[in-house]
Design a protein around this ligand. Structure first.
Ligand code: SF4
Ligand code: SF4
Length: 253
């Protein structure tokens, strides 16, 4: 039974981080039409999905994102994960205020970049004021544990620990679980459930910008959906040969 659905709306993103897991760039493609996203996610909700998360690429650089938000908000718990940069634009911000999701998570990619940390902290407070639940995804690289720790101490003054997700950098420079705990100063923290070992999630489906699915956004071997509906998603998930992204190895523990 899939209850949590993540949809990457495109692989277009003008931030172009070198470590982006789906290689989003300014040259990135968009395959999903807003009407397709709405019909697909609505059918999934009708079959039991309770929460939908929109990602990318950068969702606030996707034409039609506010149509998607308006259509899905009444149906399910709707969150958006963003780098926050497009929300610095007054016109985009004004549209968000009129077309709210339940939650917005802003990602800090560079805890050693004071300007990025300041920008995200300001934005998170602003999001909370307009009645959207804010959160932060704090990307932690093995070489930035001390810097991430300082950022965590700053964020925990304005957010609950359930609103801050420590995201271990993937594919290289991956921190150990102990290093993540160090970031949170030894206090309880949120992070992906596979921190101590790869385990295929049973209630989650990740749908990529090119209409493929897997049980985890980082796992290899995504399978294309034959039809853009719940049935197509479940059939494609059933064909996935589960393989770890291999970032969690005993040497990381
Ligand atoms: S901001 Fe996010 S989606 Fe954009 S390039 Fe960086 S990691 Fe990828
Ligand atoms: S594939 Fe990677 S990110 Fe996904 S559950 Fe396994 S270890 Fe975690």
């Amino acid at each position: 039974m899939i209850e949590l659905l993540s949809i990457d709306l495109s692989n277009y993103c003008s931030k172009q981080c070198s470590f982006c897991y789906n290689h989003s760039t300014k040259a990135g493609n968009t395959m999903w039409q807003p009407t397709e996203v709405i019909a697909f996610a609505s059918d999934c909700v009708a079959h039991g999905v309770k929460a939908v998360s929109l990602g990318g690429g950068e969702p606030f650089e996707y034409d039609g994102v506010f149509d998607v938000i308006d259509a899905l908000y009444p149906l399910c718990y709707l969150s958006v994960t963003s780098n926050g940069l497009p929300l610095e634009n007054d016109k985009v911000w004004e549209r968000l205020v009129k077309h709210k999701s339940d939650k917005i998570h802003i990602t800090i990619h560079h805890p050693d970049d004071a300007e990025e940390v300041e920008r995200v902290t300001r934005l998170v407070e602003k999001i909370g004021i307009v009645g959207i639940k804010p959160g932060v995804n704090l990307l932690v690289g093995a070489d930035k544990v001390n810097e991430a720790s300082k950022v965590y101490q700053k964020l925990i003054k304005v957010l609950g620990n359930e609103q801050i997700i420590l995201v271990p950098q993937r594919f290289s420079n991956t921190p150990s679980p102990k290093q993540l705990s160090q970031v949170a100063g030894g206090t309880p923290f949120q992070s992906p459930s596979c921190l101590l070992g790869c385990k295929r999630p049973e209630d989650f489906c990740s749908v990529s910008w090119d209409k493929k699915v897997n049980s985890c956004s980082f796992a290899q071997g995504k399978v294309v959906m034959e039809t853009l509906d719940y049935k197509g998603m479940m059939e494609a998930l059933g064909k996935v040969e589960w393989k770890s992204c291999e970032v969690i190895s005993p040497s990381n523990l």
